[in-house]
Design a protein around this ligand. Sequence first.
Ligand code: IPM
Ligand code: MN
Length: 356
Amino acid sequence: MREYNIAIIPGDGTGPEVMAEAVKAMEAVTEAGGPKFNFVYYDLGGVRYLKKGELLPESVVSELRQTDSICLGAIGHPDVKPGILEQGVLLKLRFELDLYINLRPVVLFPGVDTPLKDKMPDDIDFVVVRENTEGLYAGSGGFLRKGTADEVAIQESINTRKGVERCIRYAFEYCRKRNREKKLTLCGKTNVLTYAFDLWERVFYECSRDYPDITTDYAHVDATCMWMIKNPEFFDVIVTDNMFGDIITDLGAMIQGGMGIAAGGNINPEGAAMFEPIGGSAPKYAGLNKINPLAAICSVQMMLEHLSEDAAAAWVFDAVAKVVKNDIKTLDAGRMGYGTREVGDLVAGYIRENQS
Ligand code: IPM
Ligand code: MN
C-alpha cells in the first residue's frame, strides 16, 4: 500500500476546524482502499508567535522539505499586526521551499450559485497558474528619507528570466496534461509594464514553439477581469505574475461560488508542495462549527492529483460534487444547513462508498 508523510499546519482562526475535516477526508480515502497517510502536526501561526515569538524555525523548514506534502489551514491572527504572519510564515514557506507555482482552479460545481447571470458549470472551468516567488512579492525596495515630507517608497517587481520561464513552461505542460481546450492565456500589462511583461511576453512566445498543440492568447490584466465576468468560458489555463495572480484568483473564487470552495496549491514541481483553502482564517467564525470545510477538502483533492493519486483525487472531487448538489443549501459559513463537522462527515461518507 502506498504511504505518504503529510505535514499538517492547522494554523489560526478557522484553520484547525477545516483541517480536521480535510484529515477526515484523507482517512476516508485510506478506508476506501486508497493510499495511507502519516500525519505530522506543526503549530505554526499566530498562537505560537504570540507565545514564543517564533514564526518559522529553520528546523521546521528542513522537516517540511522532507515530507511528501503539506496541508495548510489558514494563517492570520487578529492580535498580530498585519503582515508579520503573512511574511514570516506563508510567504517564507513559499520562498524557502521554492514553491514557485501557485495553482488555482476556478470551477463552478453543478448546484452551486454563481453571481454571474446565465453562466453554467460548463462556462466556469479554468485554472490560473500564478508565479509564486517573484514579482512585487520579492521584497525588493525600500524607503528614502522615511518620515519626512520628501519620503520615497519603492517596491520593485522582480522578474528573472529563469523564474518567468519555469512558470510559463509549467503552465504549458499543465495545459497539455489538462487536455481540454488546450489554450493558454498570458495575463499581463504589456502596454504599461513595458519591461516586466516584455520579458514575460518574449518568453511566452519562445516557449510556445515547443508546444504546437497549445493555442496561445494574451490579455491585459484589466481585460482579464472583464472577461472573467463577461465570458469566463474564454479561459482554459491562464498564466500570470504573482500580484496579478493574487488579484484575479480572488475574483475567480467569487465566480465559482465563494471562498467556501476555493482551493490552491503552492508547488515546486521538482520538490515540496503545500495545499490550502485560499480564504483566510475568518476569526469571527472560529470555533463555531460554521465555516465551510469544502475548500480545505478540495485542497486535499489537489494534493492527491499532485501525488498522482488520480483515482483517490476523483473520489474526493465526486464527493464534494455530491455534497454541494444533494446536501448543503449554500456554500456560505453559517448558512449551509449543516455544521463544519457534518459537512466533513457527508464528504467522508461519499468517499467511503467507493470501497471495493
Ligand atoms: C494568497 C494571500 C496571500 C498572498 C497573503 C495572505 C500574503 O492573499 O494566498 O493569495 O497575497 O499571496
Ligand atoms: Mn490572495
